[in-house]
Design a binder for this molecule. Structure first.
Ligand code: NAD
Ligand code: DAU
Length: 349
């Protein structure tokens, strides 16, 4: 039996990756290592928490000794590393938290894997889950390719870029078997309502303004989260040692158009007059260092590994809105407490 440690498995993307692996690979033992920050929520995994091949371990990846102790105890053959501070706006307020988790935490995991694998890398793999934001920003044309030079602009993307460099350095220097994925913006169920799509759904439901940064013309490439989990499964099992794979949806939207589409669908689903939700759209102060456009060239993962997203944006957005409408208790739970303070400082502060 293979044992795989998935870090950040209680978060948005991590919970979908954990579910994919627990259900698809009953012969693997899946260990979810997560410290449960504001973004980590075990309710995201309620449906699989009693599966025999699933274990949760609460641990902070910035604690090198604890990480090593867990690696010695479970002796993983594989690591899929998603644990991170993931929100750009929070990184602008507290960059050091991002250095600690995203850089130091990643190096602690690399060291633990290197220590327990002791140079015997047969059947071993460290998969680092990264982001397209490491490439910086595009102008109106062009796509990020795997060999696009890194040019991060936010403390978040700088910390992710740094962690990517460490992962590659451990491959080059110690021969640690690694793969990396750099994915575009995800959306779907269990997305924390600090990010654009769930924030707007939450605000429509609570009749609050929908804050659009700057002129709203910033562009992102959106991928349904389950399609990201499928890509991770594929690269973890079949990706070439030392390689990176860009993952994206070939699905670019300017923020303002995306939010208008979301408003249209919410009004339809709630049986309300069109324009009700959109009347909440409010242009607000721009994000400092805001990247204009991200767009992924995902031809490598397509050509080498046969990967294609399975869900169209229309289906994915509709499923996402339905999920939030049917899980308002989840939204109420995650948006109480600390979220209220964050929201006040970020949007009313
Ligand atoms: P998230 O913020 O929803 O979840 C992060 C998880 O990591 C949480 O469960 C949290 O408790 C855990 N965590 C944070 N600090 C930790 C620590 N010190 N020790 C242990 N666990 C810790 O993030 P997400 O959106 O699911 O992103 C997951 C990964 O995917 C991140 O590495 C992110 O950079 C990357 N990524 C995200 C997107 C996106 O659109 N959300 C796109 C591309 C790549
Ligand atoms: O590209 C991948 C990245 O996508 C991931 O690495 C990050 O972890 C993830 O958070 C996401 O980063 P973004 O900054 O692109 O996502 P966010 O949802 O915060 O913002 C999406 C766009 O919407 C961006 O242009 C900023 C804008 N925005 C965001 C918020 C929260 C607004 O206009 N208003 C808002 O209130």
């Amino acid at each position: 039996m293979s044992t795989i440690i998935i870090t950040g498995g209680a978060g948005f993307i991590g919970s979908h990756v954990v579910r994919e692996f627990v259900l698809k690979y009953p012969n693997y033992k899946i260990v979810n290592l997560d410290v449960l920050t504001y973004a980590g929520n075990l309710a995201n995994l309620k449906d699989i928490e009693h599966h025999a091949n699933y274990t949760f371990v609460k641990a902070d990846i910035t604690d090198a000794n604890h990480v090593l102790q867990i690696f010695e105890q479970y002796k993983p053959d594989g690591v899929i590393h998603l644990a991170a501070e993931s929100h750009v706006d929070r990184s602008i307020v507290d960059p050091l938290a991002f250095v600690m988790t995203n850089v130091i935490g990643t190096v602690n995991l690399l060291n633990a894997a290197k220590t327990i694998w002791k140079g015997d890398f047969e059947g071993k793999r460290f998969h680092h889950v990264s982001t397209d934001e490491v490439y910086g920003t595009l102008g109106e044309v062009g796509l990020f390719k795997e060999d696009t030079a890194y040019d991060p602009h936010s403390p978040y993307s700088a910390s992710k870029a740094s962690s990517d460099h460490f992962v590659r350095a451990y491959n080059d220097t110690y021969g640690l078997p690694v793969v990396l994925t750099n994915c575009s913006n995800n959306y779907g169920p269990n997305h924390f309502p600090e990010k654009l799509i769930p924030l707007c759904i939450h605000n429509v439901l609570t009749n609050k303004p929908l804050p659009i940064y700057g002129d709203g013309k910033f562009t992102r490439d959106w991928l349904f989260v389950i399609d990201h989990a499928r890509a991770i499964d594929l690269v973890f099992h079949k990706g070439k040692n030392g390689d990176s794979y860009n993952v994206g949806g070939f699905n670019e939207w300017q923020n303002i158009d995306l939010v208008k589409e979301l408003c249209k669908q919410v009004d339809e689903k709630l049986g309300r007059e069109q324009g009700t939700a959109a009347s909440l759209i409010t242009f607000v102060k721009d994000r400092p260092g805001h990247d204009l456009r991200y767009a992924i060239d995902a031809s490598k993962i397509n050509q080498e590994l046969g990967y294609k997203p399975s869900v169209t944006f229309e289906e994915g957005l509709s499923q996402t809105i339905d999920w939030y409408l049917n899980n308002q208790d989840w939204l109420d739970q995650v948006s109480s407490g600390e979220y209220q303070n964050y929201y006040k400082k970020q949007y009313q502060g």
